[in-house]
Every structure is written in structure tokens, then in C-alpha cells.
Unconditional design. Structure first.
Length: 268
């Protein structure tokens, strides 16, 4: 297993500091999103709330991951040797299983789309997100590269399907948005593909490495940590940016009755 390698104290500490950075970034962004809720018009508040929930769920898991990393090694001078207690990778998958569908939900929710369009997108994207993570897990925990590739390939099918829906159907839905919102959404999608692409690459690392090494383990953990900050915290900030822009376009007091597709403005 990748986790069974001896690290230098510096390598061990680098990973611990990366986890610590993630927790701080999630906490700060969580507070920002809660604070921003009052600054955006009502229809966009659920998107900010879902984004805050993602950070709370992921922050909790990072606390567990941090503790698991500490327990997995015994520090002796300049070396960190495996303690015999395995580093628990399952926390990541449980985290993704909950947060990836929610990330999809916040992306769609911030657009204030008509109910039929929104439901159609969510019915496709949310189950695909959950399926992608569920199919990846058996591949992650195996030490057999053949088995890893089979589950990895199966998991890639819903992954590609999601990208396809996000580019085609969501692209079409964006035509009803203002030019500024369209640009912001395009940036959000680029961030999504750029960061989500990191996870399957990290998943494949053990297939390409001839043997488990400290560099590989440290690279994977720091890579996941940075991808998580970008895919959840920075993503949440961009979502807030879209909600603020849409609020500027519609007015803070505006409300959209999404069920009827009507738009009402009051000066509340
Ligand atoms: C905050 C966490 C996020 C955005 C996690 C995203 C994870 C993925 C996009 C994972 C995808 C995978 C594949 C496409 C194939 C191999 C198995 C996975 C689960 C690593």
C-alpha cells in the first residue's frame, strides 16, 4: 500500500501543514459565505447555503484525515515511520460522495433557472456524481492495478457524462443569462474541469509508479489538498460572485417565483 512508506519528518510535516491549510481555508470561506447570504437576493441564497454546507462537511472530514495522518506515523527524530495504524483514505470517499453532488447542486442553484430546466439538469448530474464516486472507491482501496483500472474506467463513464451535460445542456441554459454571468459561469466551469481532473490523475498514480514511494504518497496527499481548496473554497467564492452579480442585475429585493417562472420585484 502507498501508505506503508517511511517519510522524513519534513515530508510528514508538509502533508500535515497542507491539511491544516485546507481546514483554515474551509473555515474562512464558510464564514464568508454565511456572511454574504444577506447581501444577495433571496433566489440565490440556497446556492450560498449549499456551498457553506459543502465546506462544513469537507472541513469535518479534513479534521478526521488530519487525525488519521498523525496516528498513522510514529515520529522519531527526523523520520516518520508507519505506526501500523492505517491512514484512512475512506474519509475522502465518504466526503466526495456527499460533497460532489452538492457542488453540482450549488452550480445549478445559483443560476435561478426555470424549474423544468433546473430539475432536468439535477436529475442527470446528481446521480452521475454519486455513481462516479461509488464506482471509484473499490478501485482506490485495491492493491491490484488491474482491478484499479476496471473500477477507474467504470467511474470515468459518469464523469465524462457529467462533463458532457455541463457543456451541452448547461451551455444552452446559459444563453438566458447576461453576458457578465455567462463569462463568470465559463470561468467556474474551467475551474471545475481543471480541479476535478486532478482526482482521476491522483487515482492513477499507483498504476504508473513501479513501487510505493514517499514522494508518491506526499504528492498524492498535497495534490488532493490543493485540489480540494480550489474545488470547494475557491469554487464557493466564485459561486458567491455569480450570486452578487445576479443580485446587482435584479435588485436585492427581487424575488423570482421559480415555480411559475414569474419575476416579482418588491422593495423589501
Ligand atoms: C471536493 C471533491 C471533489 C470535487 C472530488 C472530485 C472527484 C472526482 C472528480 C473523482 C473522479 C474519479 C474518476 C473520474 C475515476 C477514478 C476514480 C475517481 C473517483 C478518483
Amino acid at each position: 500500500m502507498l501508505e506503508d512508506v517511511t517519510l522524513t519528518f519534513g515530508q510528514y510535516d508538509l502533508v500535515l501543514n497542507a491539511f491544516s491549510l485546507v481546514i483554515a481555508a474551509f473555515l474562512g470561506t464558510f464564514i464568508y459565505l454565511i456572511g454574504m447570504r444577506e447581501q444577495v437576493a433571496k433566489p440565490f441564497r440556497p446556492a450560498l447555503l449549499v456551498s457553506a454546507i459543502v465546506l462544513a462537511i469537507a472541513g469535518y472530514h479534513y479534521l478526521r484525515i488530519y487525525g488519521s495522518w498523525e496516528a498513522a506515523f510514529v515520529i522519531d527524530g527526523d523520520t516518520a515511520t508507519p505506526s501500523g495504524e492505517p491512514f484512512n483514505n475512506a474519509y475522502r470517499y465518504v466526503d466526495w460522495f456527499l460533497t460532489v453532488p452538492l457542488l453540482v447542486l450549488e452550480t445549478i442553484a445559483v443560476l435561478g433557472l426555470a424549474k423544468a430546466t433546473k430539475s432536468s439538469l439535477l436529475r442527470k448530474l446528481v446521480p452521475a456524481a454519486a455513481l462516479m464516486i461509488a464506482l471509484g472507491y473499490p478501485g482506490e482501496i485495491t492493491s491490484d492495478n488491474g482491478v484499479r483500472m476496471i473500477w477507474g474506467t467504470l467511474s470515468t463513464i459518469p464523469f465524462l457524462y457529467m462533463l458532457y451535460v455541463l457543456w451541452t445542456e448547461l451551455g444552452a441554459a446559459l444563453q438566458t443569462q447576461s453576458a457578465v454571468v455567462r463569462t463568470k459561469m465559463r470561468n467556474l466551469r474551467l475551474l471545475l474541469i481543471g480541479t476535478w481532473g486532478v482526482y482521476p490523475i491522483a487515482f492513477l498514480l499507483p498504476v504508473f509508479a513501479s513501487e510505493a514511494s514517499a514522494g508518491l504518497l506526499v504528492g498524492r496527499e498535497v495534490g488532493y489538498a490543493l485540489a480540494d481548496v480550489l474545488a470547494k473554497a475557491l469554487f464557493g467564492i466564485l459561486i458567491a460572485g455569480i450570486a452578487i452579480q445576479k443580485t446587482e442585475e435584479l435588485g436585492l429585493g427581487s424575488d423570482i417565483d421559480l415555480t411559475e417562472g414569474r419575476r416579482e420585484t418588491s422593495n423589501a
